[in-house]
Structures are given as C-alpha cells and as structure tokens.
Write a protein that binds this ligand. Structure first.
Ligand code: UD1
Ligand code: CA
Length: 459
C-alpha cells in the first residue's frame, strides 16, 4: 500500500458460533480473561488503523455495550448471515475509496501484528495470508500457479479431490485496496455448496483480471487458528498460556512449571523472581527483585516491592507494597491495600482499602477495611474493623505500636492512639487513648457454690 493510504480493518463477527453451544455471542467468550474480540481489536490497533469496522449479527446490543468506549470502532449489522463476502460488502459501505482494507475474523485471536503487517504493506491490490498445515480439513485451499500467485481459493465443500490434497490453506485473512475489493465483492454470487457469498471468490476474479493476489505464508500456522468450539477455545488458551510463560522465562523468572501459570495481562519482573505452580496474573502486575509467589495464587493489578513473599492460596487485587512484606497463606487482599516494609498479612486475613505501615502485623483471622494501621502495630487474631453501619463506610485509625488484643471489634469511626493496648475480646466504640490499656468487655465473675442441676443419666 502506498504510505498515503489510510488503513481500515474489517472484523467479521456475525457468525452464530453454533458449535460453541453458548447463549453468548461467540466473540464475547473469554480467552485469557478477555472477550475474543478484545484480542482481535488489540492486534488491529497495533497496525494503526484509521477505523475498525466490526460486522455483528445476533445479540449485537451485548457486543456494542461491551465495547462502547471504543471511539475508533464502527458497527455494521449483518441481519442475515449470507456469507463472508456479503459481510465484507456491508462493511465496505463504511470505508472510503482510497483506503487499504484488512479483513480479520473476530474468532481468530492469536495473530500477531508482525504477521499481518506484510499483508497490509504488500504492493498488490490483493494479498492473502495462507498457512501450510498438516491437516487441511475444513479450510479453503489456496490454488496457485507456477509463479506462486493465487489463481483461486476453493472451499473444501466445493473442491475436487486433487484440490483437497493441497495443504496450503486460506486463513481467511486478506488485505486489499478498497476500490478493487468493492467491485469484486459486488460481483459475487452464491452458486456454491453453502449458497453463500464467499469472500474467497474474489481471488478467482482478481486472477482473471490479471491482478492475481499474492500469497503470504504465516510463519506459524497455529497463529491463524480460530475458535469454533470449546475444544479449540481451550487450545487457544493453552497457546496464550505458553506465550505468557515463555515471556516470563525470557525475562529470567523462575517458574516451577511453565505449563501451570496463566498470564492474563502485563507482567514486569525484576531479577530472581520465583513463581510456584498454578498462579494467575491479571491486569498489570509488577514484581520486584527476589519476589516469591507461592502456589495457587491470583494476583490482579498488584505491585510488590523487592523481597516480598506471597505464600500459598492468596487472592490479591489492587495491592501495592512499598517494601518487602509477607502475605498469606490464605489471605485476601482487595483494592486499596497498601503494605509497608516488613508488614505481615497472615492466614485468613481480609484487607480492603487499608494501609499497613512498616512492621504492622495482622497475622491471623482478621478483617481490616477502610483502616490505617500505624508502624509496628500488632493486631491480634480475630481483630475486626466494623467499617459499615448499614448505610455508610467509616474509617478506623490505629496508631503506631498499638496492640489490639485478640477477638476485638473496632467500631468505626474510631481512633486507637499510639502505643494503646486493647484488651482481648473488647468491642471498642469510642476512641482509645494513646499508651493506655482500654478494655471493653464484661468482667469475668465466678458464682461460688453454684451447681449444675442434676440430670437423669442417659441410657
Ligand atoms: C472461512 C473461509 C475459508 C477459510 C476459513 C479459515 C470463506 C468463504 N471461507 O471459512 O476459506 O479457510 O474461514 O478459518 O470465507 N462471518 C460473518 N458473516 C457471515 C459469515 C461469516 O461475519 O455471513 C464471520 C464469522 O463470524 C467468522 C468469519 O466470518 O468470524 C468466518 O466465517 P466462517 O463461517 O467461520 O467461515 P469458514 O467456513 O470457517
Ligand atoms: Ca471458521
């Protein structure tokens, strides 16, 4: 394409996806935690298109709502699925004459921009991405002349036995000049096995007009694989998992088992990071030097300072540590959790919108919500911040070096002074002064001479 040509990407996503046996539009099904279509849009955007035109079919309102904040996206409704050629014809109504067009499928999510760029930049009015596969069954076959130029693409159902032997298949992805493509798709008919307007028939037209398409082979055929059923979707998920693990290994991260980690976002790791089995990383994760993540953890949008340790079975989202800290096993950290150096969040502790300053510890069985825990404060087992009065959330402030006895309820809003001690089992409803002991529970008493009433012995 000439450098003046704006790029328009057409994404075909109107197919029903019957084989998925799902009530959701196929391109909404999640792959690595995001809809299939989101992966395709990300790839498209890496090519700097002027616009992306998405062709949708059934349940379009779901799609449009899910991708509402994409101002570069134009939607085209294909009411009846009359074939890929028909879908492209509709989409081209949104594309200016001088544009270059790239056609992608909404259910082919693994293609990399590097693979597509040569297609877009090819100096030919029509170019197709092909792939050589061991088992071409189900795909359109690329019929080429002696020079390697495309004479036609024949769908399997319309192919003769000789054509079926061909192992170079049509990935479905093509690039073309909008002006030509518009003429070619206008000429399509549906005299074929499926009675559909095949986009692939444009290749024979182009060849007849003396403009045979050039054929580019995908370096890795598996990139062009689509998700037509649950089995294929799982296979794509495994491929993405491998890609994610490979990136971490390249960065020197030590993975206990590269087949048992799921990277569903961006991960940035320092040196000597170790990750045990069955860990899921989502959103944006940053792990400093020497961070260790135990088995069976999920981290979403988490930033851990060098030297931090997460033990087994933690669920963490929206967490920042500003120094080496220790988390888990079995901890749940929710958005707004901030941990200072040497802070400890131990087993069965839930933390939300709470800062634990350096050396603050909640080692067992606590709920800390909307709280600030001063440096060196120690929260006994079972400390609960009662942050919700049924209508609103309130803050709890715990001073530095405070000591909260086990099984205490701190009813917010409340302030525990620096160095204060709270007796175990207290329900604290008013501020507790610094450096004093505050106890808020009934006194223990013993009733002398009390005896249990006699009972008949059990038989
Ligand atoms: C298509 C190609 C085939 C290729 C294969 C690669 C055609 C005629 N055949 O076959 O050569 O080897 O992909 O996977 O193009 N879609 C619409 N509207 C429609 C029909 C389809 O938007 O009316 C969309 C689907 O949602 C899908 C894509 O187009 O994303 C491909 O359609 P599909 O029916 O899966 O084509 P295949 O038969 O697999
Ligand atoms: Ca398909």
């Amino acid at each position: 394409m000439s450098s003046m040509q704006p790029l328009y990407v057409i994404v075909l996503a109107a197919g029903e996806g019957k084989r998925m046996r799902s009530q959701h539009p196929k391109v909404m099904l999640p792959l690595a935690g995001r809809p299939l279509l989101a992966h395709v849009l990300e790839t498209a955007r890496a090519l700097d298109p002027m616009r992306i035109v998405a062709v949708y079919g059934h349940r379009g309102e779901v799609l449009r709502a899910a991708f509402a904040d994409n101002p570069d996206l134009l939607w085209v409704h294909q009411v009846e699925q009359r074939g890929t050629g028909h879908a492209v014809r509709l989409a081209l109504e949104q594309v200016p004459e001088h544009a270059r067009v790239l056609v992608l499928f909404g259910d082919v999510p693994l293609l990399r921009p590097e693979t597509l760029r040569p297609l877009v930049e090819a100096r030919a009015p029509l170019a197709v991405l092909a792939a050589e596969v061991p088992d071409p069954q189900g795909y359109g076959r690329v019929v080429r002349d002696g020079l390697g130029q495309v004479r036609a693409i024949v769908e399997e159902r319309d192919a003769d036995s000789e054509q079926r032997q061909l192992r170079v298949i049509n990935t479905g992805i093509l690039a073309a000049d909008a002006r030509r493509l518009r003429v070619w798709v206008a000429n399509l008919d549906c005299n074929n096995a499926q009675q559909e307007y095949y986009l692939t028939d444009v290749f024979a037209q182009a060849a007849e007009e003396g403009m045979p398409a050039i054929c580019l082979l995908a370096p890795d055929a598996s990139e062009a694989e689509g998700a037509n059923d649950a089995r294929q979707l799982a296979r794509l998920e495994a491929r993405l998992r491998n890609r994610g693990a490979a990136r971490l290994l390249d960065a020197g991260v030590r993975l206990a088992d590269p087949s048992r980690i799921d990277v569903r976002g961006s991960v940035d790791c320092g040196m000597d990071v170790e990750i045990d089995i069955d860990v899921i990383l989502e959103g944006r994760v940053v792990l400093g030097d020497g961070v260790r993540i135990g088995p069976f953890c999920r981290l979403r949008d988490v930033e851990l300072a060098a030297g931090s340790e997460v033990r087994a079975h933690c669920d963490m989202e929206g967490v920042v540590s500003t120094g080496p800290c220790r988390i888990g096993p079995f901890a749940r950290l929710r958005p707004g959790s901030v941990l200072g150096e040497a802070a400890v969040v131990g087993n069965f502790v839930e933390v939300k919108n709470t800062r634990l300053n350096e050396h603050a510890k909640a080692s067992h069985l606590s709920y800390l919500g909307d709280a600030e825990v001063g440096a060196g404060a120690n929260l006994g087992a079972g400390t609960i911040t009662c942050n919700f009065d049924g209508f609103e959330k309130h803050r709890t402030v715990i001073g530095a070096d405070a000591f909260i006895g086990s099984n205490s309820a701190l009813v917010a809003p409340v302030v525990i002074g620096e160095g204060a001690t709270i007796g175990a089992g207290s329900v604290i409803t008013r501020d507790a002064p610094a450096n004093e002991l505050t106890v808020a529970r009934s006194r223990q008493s013993t009733l002398p001479h009390w005896r249990r009433p006699p009972r008949k012995p059990r038989r």
